[in-house]
Write a protein that binds this ligand. Sequence first.
Ligand code: HEM
Ligand code: HEM
Length: 186
Amino acid sequence: MVRRDTPQAYDGIARSIHWLTVLLVAMLFGLGLYMTRLDYSEWKVQVYSWHEWTGLTVFVLTGFRLAWRLTHPPPPLPPSAWIEQLAAHATHAILYALMLVLPMLGFLGSNAFGFPVKWFGLVELPDPIGKDETLGEALLLAHAWLGWLMGAALLLHAGAALFHHFVRRDPILGRMLPGVKPPGSE
Ligand code: HEM
Ligand code: HEM
C-alpha cells in the first residue's frame, strides 16, 4: 500500500514548472548565443531584451518553485547507491542555485553597463548599483562562465534521466513526465 504522506511522483504543478523551465532555459541558451554574435543594431538590443525578460521570468518561476517544493515535498529517490543519491541531489541543488544566480548576475551586469531592464517593456526594475563598466564586465563574464557550467550540469542531468529510463528502465523519468501515473497510485 502507498502511504498518503509519501508522494510517489512530482505533482502537476512541479511537473509543469519543470518542463516550462526547460523550454525557457533552451530559449535562453539559443538567444544568448545568437545575440552575443550579432553586430550592434536595434535588432541586437531587442534580442538582448528578450533574453533578459526570459531570464527574469526563470528567476521568478524558480522562487515560486522552491516555495512550492517546501510546502509540497518531492518524492524520495528510490533506494540506490549513496554516491548516486549524492550526485542527483548535488546536481539538482546546483541547477536551482544557477537558476537564481545567473539572472542576478545578468541583471546586475546589464545595469552596470547602463542598460536598465524594463521587464516585458512594462515593469521598470530598479538599478541597484549604478553605471560601472569594469564591474559590468566582471559580472557578465561570470554570467557567461556560469552559463556554461549550467550547460554541463544539464547534460549530466538529462543524461542521467535518459540513462534511468532506457538502461535501468526504472520509473525516475515517469515521475516527472506529464500524464504518467506513478506505480501503485491507481
Ligand atoms: C537562467 C537564466 C539565464 C541563463 C541560463 C542565461 C544564459 C546566457 C548565455 C548562455 C549567454 C551567452 C554567453 C556567451 O557566450 O557570451 C548569456 C549572455 C548574456 N545574458 Fe544571460 N542568461 C540568463 C539570464 C539573464 C538575465 C536575467 C539577464 C539580464 C537581465 C541576462 C543578461 C545577459 C547579457 C547582457 C548577456 C551578454 C553577455 C555579453 O555580452 O558578454 N541573462 N546568458
Ligand atoms: C533546462 C533544463 C532543466 C532544468 C533546469 C532541470 C532542473 C531540474 C531540477 C532542479 C530537478 C529537481 C526537482 C526537485 O526535486 O525539486 C529536476 C528533476 C528532474 N528532471 Fe530536470 N531539468 C532540466 C531538464 C531535464 C530534462 C531534459 C530531463 C529529461 C531528459 C529532465 C528530467 C528530470 C527528472 C526525471 C527529474 C526527477 C528526478 C527524480 O525523480 O528525482 N530534466 N530537474
